[in-house]
Design a protein around this ligand. Structure first.
Ligand code: AMP
Ligand code: ZN
Length: 431
C-alpha cells in the first residue's frame, strides 16, 4: 500500500513545524528586504529580531492596495530577468494585481499542489481533467503542474465548451477533475441536455474551489457526479491554488504551514482573534523567492478550526471561506453574505443550479430580489404551485437573513452563466 502522504513536511510534529516556520520566517524577512518595498517597510527590523513566531506582530501588514500601488513589479525581490512566470488576480474586486514567480517558486508551488491532490487520493494512474480557465488565472497552470508532478495524464481542457468537456471525460475515462463549483452545477445541466448521466462516467474525485460555495453545493456536486468533492483554497498573491486543501475527512482545509504562516485577525481592530472565531485570514509566505509577502491581508473571512484532525496532519485547518469582507452587503441595516442565500437555496430540492441576487432601490427603500432557477420538472403551468414554492423560498430566506427578499422564479438555464468565477450579486442601488 502506498503511504498516505507525499512529503515529510506533512507529518512533522507541531514543535518541528514551528521550528521550521521560525527559520523560514527569518529567511523570508532577509529575502523581502532585498526588494525596495520591504527594504523601506522593514527598515527597523532584522531577521535576528524575530525570536519567536509571535514576533510576527512586530511586522506591518501588506494589503491588496500595496500590490496595486506597486504594480507591476514593485514588490519583486529578485531581478525581472530571474522571473519565469506571471499571473494576474481575477480582478473581481477592482484593478488587477500581478504576481511573478522564479523557477524555484514554480517548483515549490507544483509540490504544494501535488501534495494536496495526493492527500485526497489522486495517484499517477489517474486521468485528470482541468476544467478551469488557463491563462492569467492561476487555477489553470497551477493545478496543471501539480497533476503533472504526480504523474497523472493531465488534460488542459480549460473553461467552457461544455460539450467537448463531456466528450473528453468520456473518451479518456477521466477519473479526477478540477472545476469551479458554479461551473460544475452548470455542466450538470449540459449533461442533462445531452442525455448523459454523469454517474455513468468514471469520475471519482472532484477538486472544487476558487470561489465561495456552501456545503449544500458540495453535496449537490457529489450527488450529481457520484464523486468525493474536496474544497481547494488559494489566491494568486500566495501563488494560487495549493494554499489550503481539505483532506479525506472533508472537515476544514489544512493550510500548508511549512509554506504559509497563518493568522486570523479582527479586520477592525487588527488584533488576532482566538481559534474558532471568525476573522480575516492573514498569510505570510515562508518559501517564496521572487515576491515574498508579509502579513498579507487576504480579506477572506474564515476561522481556525480548533482540535486535531483525525488524519494526524498537524497543519491547522481553516473553515470554509464565508466570503470576502467586500462580498458582504448591508441591506436595511443587516449584514448579509451571498453564501447565506446560497445555503438556503441549495437545500431546496426544487431549486435548480443557478441563482442571482439583485440589490435595487425602490423610492428610498433598498430591496433584495433573488432570481432563482427552478428545475424543469417543477416549472409547471399551475400558478398556485409556483406561488407556493415562491412563498416557501421567501420564508426560508427570511429565517436565515432576517429580511424578506423578493423571490423571482425563473426557468432552468435562463440566468447568465460566467465560465470563470460566478457573479452572485448585482448591486443596482447606486445607479
Ligand atoms: P484569485 O487570486 O483571483 O484567484 O482569487 C482568489 C480569491 O478567490 C480568494 O482570495 C478567495 O476570495 C476566493 N477563493 C479561492 N478559493 C476559494 C475557496 N475554496 N472558497 C472560497 N473562496 C475561494
Ligand atoms: Zn486532516
Amino acid at each position: 500500500m502506498d503511504k498516505e502522504y507525499l512529503h515529510e513536511e506533512e507529518m512533522l510534529s507541531r514543535d518541528e513545524l514551528e521550528a521550521l516556520q521560525l527559520k523560514r520566517l527569518k529567511e523570508t524577512i532577509a529575502q523581502a528586504k532585498k526588494g525596495l518595498f520591504y527594504w523601506d517597510r522593514l527598515e527597523d527590523i532584522e531577521p535576528e529580531d524575530i525570536k519567536s513566531l509571535d514576533d510576527i506582530k512586530k511586522l506591518p501588514f501588506t494589503t491588496k492596495d500595496d500590490l496595486r500601488k506597486n504594480y507591476p513589479v514593485g514588490l519583486l525581490t529578485e531581478p525581472v530577468a530571474k522571473m519565469v512566470r506571471l499571473h494576474v488576480s481575477s480582478g473581481t474586486t477592482g484593478a488587477p494585481t500581478a504576481v511573478l514567480y522564479t523557477q524555484k517558486d514554480l517548483d515549490t508551488w507544483a509540490d504544494l499542489m501535488a501534495r494536496c491532490m495526493y492527500m485526497v487520493g489522486i495517484r499517477s494512474w489517474d486521468i485528470f481533467q482541468n476544467l478551469s480557465g488557463y491563462g492569467l488565472f492561476t487555477g489553470g497552470l497551477g493545478i496543471h503542474y501539480g497533476a503533472e508532478r504526480l504523474g497523472c495524464l493531465t488534460i488542459p481542457a480549460g473553461a467552457g465548451n461544455s460539450k467537448r468537456q463531456i466528450k473528453l471525460m468520456k473518451d479518456f475515462r477521466v477519473t479526477a477533475i478540477h472545476i469551479i463549483p458554479s461551473y460544475a452545477l452548470h455542466l450538470a445541466t449540459v449533461f442533462d441536455e445531452m442525455g448523459i448521466d454523469p454517474k455513468s462516467l468514471n469520475l471519482k474525485i472532484a477538486l472544487i474551489g476558487a470561489e465561495p460555495h456552501t456545503e449544500e453545493v458540495r453535496k449537490r456536486i457529489e450527488e450529481i457526479y457520484n464523486v468525493k468533492a474536496y474544497n481547494s483554497y488559494g489566491l494568486s498573491e500566495m501563488n494560487g491554488p495549493g494554499v489550503a486543501f481539505e483532506c479525506k475527512e472533508q472537515n476544514g482545509m489544512h493550510i500548508w504551514e511549512d509554506a504559509y504562516l497563518v493568522e486570523v485577525i479582527d479586520p477592525d481592530t487588527l488584533e488576532p482573534v482566538p481559534d474558532g472565531e471568525f476573522g480575516e485570514l492573514v498569510l505570510t509566505t515562508l518559501k517564496r523567492e521572487g515576491m515574498p509577502l508579509i502579513r498579507y491581508r487576504t480579506r477572506d473571512i474564515t476561522r481556525i478550526l480548533p482540535g486535531e484532525c483525525p488524519c494526524k496532519r498537524v497543519h491547522k485547518r481553516i473553515d470554509r471561506i464565508k466570503g470576502r469582507s467586500d462580498d458582504m452587503f448591508i441591506l436595511k441595516g443587516v449584514n448579509i453574505y451571498p453564501m447565506q442565500v446560497e445555503k438556503v437555496l441549495m437545500s431546496i430540492p426544487e431549486v435548480g443550479q443557478n441563482y442571482l441576487i439583485v440589490l435595487e432601490r425602490e423610492g428610498h427603500i433598498d430591496q433584495m430580489r433573488v432570481k432563482v432557477e427552478i428545475k424543469d420538472e417543477f416549472f409547471v403551468e399551475d400558478m398556485r404551485v409556483l406561488k407556493a414554492l415562491q412563498d416557501k423560498i421567501q420564508k426560508r430566506l427570511r429565517q436565515e437573513i432576517l429580511i424578506t427578499p423578493k423571490v423571482e422564479l425563473v426557468e432552468h438555464r435562463s440566468l447568465p452563466k460566467s465560465e470563470g468565477k460566478a457573479i452572485r450579486v448585482i448591486d443596482k442601488r447606486q445607479e
